[in-house]
Design a protein around this ligand. Structure first.
Ligand code: ATP
Ligand code: MG
Length: 328
């Protein structure tokens, strides 16, 4: 727990969120690659100490679950918190799967079949769902922590095929210090949360069932490669939030996934929180039970998805530029 900035070698940026930047770093004394999140915060020493204490708890806990990213340490420097965690070398699921089915990247010398996006097979989806629920159940049972920010950018995967959660609200003090700027589009908030914020009631305690909603929505997004309330239809944040509260919940496409899979997701997305499935129900469901002990080549799938993602980044733009003149 003694990481300081001098021990770190900065590598490339991994991504950016509402609160700051995540960079890949090498911890030189141990030769371990880490992901370092920089969070800008103006805080006094007492607050900082409290945050460190809370993060220490997280440090001990994260080693006990294979579904939670490990926490390596944190330090403060020039009104920023630097938070070092396990580096997940395939990144977050949103960036790994945000493609449309049969999308093709024309990579010279690679056959088309290899460079066609075939989506997320049900077995991979089941393992992902199972890992998410097990991670959340661990947080709840062992730490009495509710995640509160379940979404595909906070579901990380590595080339060994392990799926782990990050960015859970373990540090109450850190949470309180962060300005909530994330009221824009792409809400993963459950309908009851949106309602209560809108009506300005004293907030009912955040419960696990709100996280279950976010799991359901995230699983659909991972399956179809885009946020389930598309921005073309719901053109602003209000329209989107209204749809979450008033419309029927989105469903997993039943032409690509089994009835069992669709049923599991539907049970996550029951709009009434008291009727929504709990973690025990979800784990006992056939969708997850079928995954127990099943051989799934997660590593193989991750490798294939990364090849597609990286090819898309390198060659995808070129193909768009070539077709641009016809659009004028
Ligand atoms: P928000 O700010 O709303 O939480 P976010 O989750 O995308 O959104 P960050 O948590 O700052 O924002 O993360 C930015 C990006 O960095 C993520 O989308 C993810 O792709 C990448 N990332 C975060 N943590 C890791 C990690 N441990 N290993 C690898 N990549 C990571
Ligand atoms: Mg995040």
């Amino acid at each position: 727990f003694s990481i300081n900035s001098g021990e770190l070698e900065l590598h490339e940026e991994l991504g950016r969120g509402n609160y700051g930047t995540v960079k890949k770093v090498l911890h030189k004394p141990t030769n371990v690659l880490m992901a370092m999140k920089e969070i800008r915060l103006e805080l006094d020493q007492a607050r900082l100490n409290q945050i460190i204490m809370e993060l220490e708890i997280l440090h001990k806990a994260s080693e006990k679950s294979e579904y939670i990213v490990e926490f390596h340490g944190a330090f403060f420097s020039e009104s920023c918190v630097y938070y070092c965690m396990e580096y997940m070398d395939a990144g977050s699921l949103d960036k790994l799967v945000n493609f449309t089915l049969d999308d093709v990247v024309p990579v010279p010398g690679v056959d088309e079949e290899e460079m066609t996006w075939t989506g997320v097979p049900e077995e991979v989806l089941a393992r992902t769902a199972s890992s998410m629920v097990k991670g959340l159940k661990f947080l709840k049972d062992e730490l009495e922590v509710i995640h509160r920010d379940v979404k595909p950018t906070n579901v990380l995967i590595n080339t060994r095929g392990q799926v782990k959660l990050c960015d859970f609200g373990v540090s109450g003090q850190l949470e309180k210090s962060l300005a909530k700027t994330n009221i824009g589009c792409q809400s993963y908030m459950a309908p009851e949360r949106i309602r209560s914020e809108h009506e300005g009631q004293s907030q009912p305690a955040y419960t696990v069932s709100s996280d279950v909603w976010s799991v359901g929505l995230s699983i659909i997004e991972i399956a179809i490669g885009r946020y389930p309330y598309p921005p073309e239809v719901y053109t602003n944040a209000l329209a989107q939030l209204t749809a979450i509260v008033l419309d029927d919940p989105p469903r997993l496409p039943d032409d690509r996934y089994s009835e069992v899979a669709c049923d599991w997701v539907a049970k996550c997305l029951i709009k009434s929180p008291s009727e929504r499935a709990g973690y025990a129900d979800l784990l006992a469901h056939d969708f997850i039970q079928a995954d127990e002990g099943r051989e799934v080549d997660m590593a193989g799938w991750v490798a294939k998805a990364m090849r597609f993602r990286d090819a898309k980044q390198a060659f995808g733009k070129a193909s768009k530029v070539m077709s641009a003149p016809t659009a004028v």
